[in-house]
Design a protein around this ligand. Structure first.
Ligand SMILES: Nc1ncnc2c1ncn2[C@@H]1O[C@H](COP(=O)(O)OP(=O)(O)OP(=O)(O)O)[C@@H](O)[C@H]1O
Length: 293
């Protein structure tokens, strides 16, 4: 009865007019939290919009829990979406806006009465429910965004760049909320912030220029960069030279010298030490592989 949820994306190509922006995307995602990492313009939003049926699939196949994405009405009942630029009725109260959206989603009255308070509680906004939406902080607005995306209890929740502009405390709180929600559904978190992924996702994909560069676990990503990350101390005036020769992932100035953290496929020199990759190094390593660096 309780089969694990799956999202299957096969040979997905996506276009804006004649311009192709996604190339042969193959992804199988299971229940839990999944991180989609990539620079601005990598194609993350396009993929998210495709999954929530805002863009039609012209080439390839997508199934959510076995249901083909072409069954738009069915799919819309299964997905919840918090877009990057999320705005809500600013002069309504938090509770009022939720109820209004629930009405627009044609939820039955009895369900609205039960679910709106439940969701406000889940996202920790009960004490702010009578405030106007425009008076909420950035973090609270995002949490309200999540609450509205959960109104119809979706099996797949998609959150696009949710922590941009949040302070560190709000960011942690928001990530924890997503982890909780992923206990009973698939949550896809799209971000260019490596730390968001590291803290929450076991499985990840890296996108670059419309293609998947990597899919696997965070552990596998780190493993792929093992033995490729070095630290070396150089004098300040040599820093530029080193930056031209290597991908530098960290710099720490110490008086007249500087400790560089850098990526290299081959040993550098006796003074350089190999260190454990962190996720940022590992991400940069994948980008470098793609660019032939
Ligand atoms: N409506 C559109 N029409 C034409 N091209 C578009 C459109 N939206 C996005 N693109 C292009 O598609 C590519 C992928 O953009 P997309 O927004 O999916 O990337 P992203 O990884 O989500 O980046 P960001 O975080 O900046 O939104 C980019 O080259 C972008 O310029």
């Amino acid at each position: 009865m309780n089969q694990p949820l799956t999202l299957q994306i096969e040979h997905l190509n996506q276009f804006y007019g004649a311009r192709q922006v996604l190339f042969d995307i193959d992804l199988h995602i299971q229940q839990g939290m999944f991180g989609l990492l990539g620079r601005n313009g990598a194609g993350k939003t396009t993929l998210m919009k495709t999954l929530v049926t805002l863009l039609p699939v012209r080439k390839g196949e997508v199934r959510i829990d076995g249901v083909l994405i072409k069954q738009v009405n069915k799919i819309r009942e299964m997905v919840g979406y918090l877009p990057q630029e999320f705005t809500m009725y600013g002069s309504m109260t938090v509770k009022g806006a939720m109820e209004y959206l629930a009405l627009l989603s044609e939820l039955p009255h009895a369900t609205i009465k039960r679910r709106v308070p439940e969701l406000l509680d889940k996202v920790n906004l009960v004490e702010h429910q009578h405030k106007k939406v425009k008076a909420l902080s950035g973090g609270m607005k995002r949490r309200l965004g999540i609450a509205q995306a959960l109104l119809h209890d979706p099996k797949l929740l998609i959150v696009d760049e949710p922590t941009a502009g949040l302070d560190p405390e709000e960011r942690v709180r928001f990530r924890n909320l997503l982890s909780e929600l992923a206990e009973e559904r698939i949550v896809i978190l799209s971000t260019h912030i490596v730390g968001d992924i590291e803290a929450t996702c076991e499985h990840i994909a890296i996108m670059h220029e419309g293609r998947l560069l990597f899919t696997g676990t965070v552990q596998q990503l780190l493993q792929a960069a093992a033995g490729k990350v070095y630290t070396v101390t150089v004098s300040r005036d040599q820093v530029q030279l080193w930056k031209q020769g290597y991908t530098v992932t960290g710099m720490m100035m110490q008086g007249n010298s500087c400790e560089l953290r850098l990526l290299s496929d081959a040993p550098i020199n006796e003074a350089a030490s190999i260190v454990e990759p962190n996720i940022e190094d590992a991400y940069m390593w994948q980008l470098g592989l793609h660019q032939g660096g």
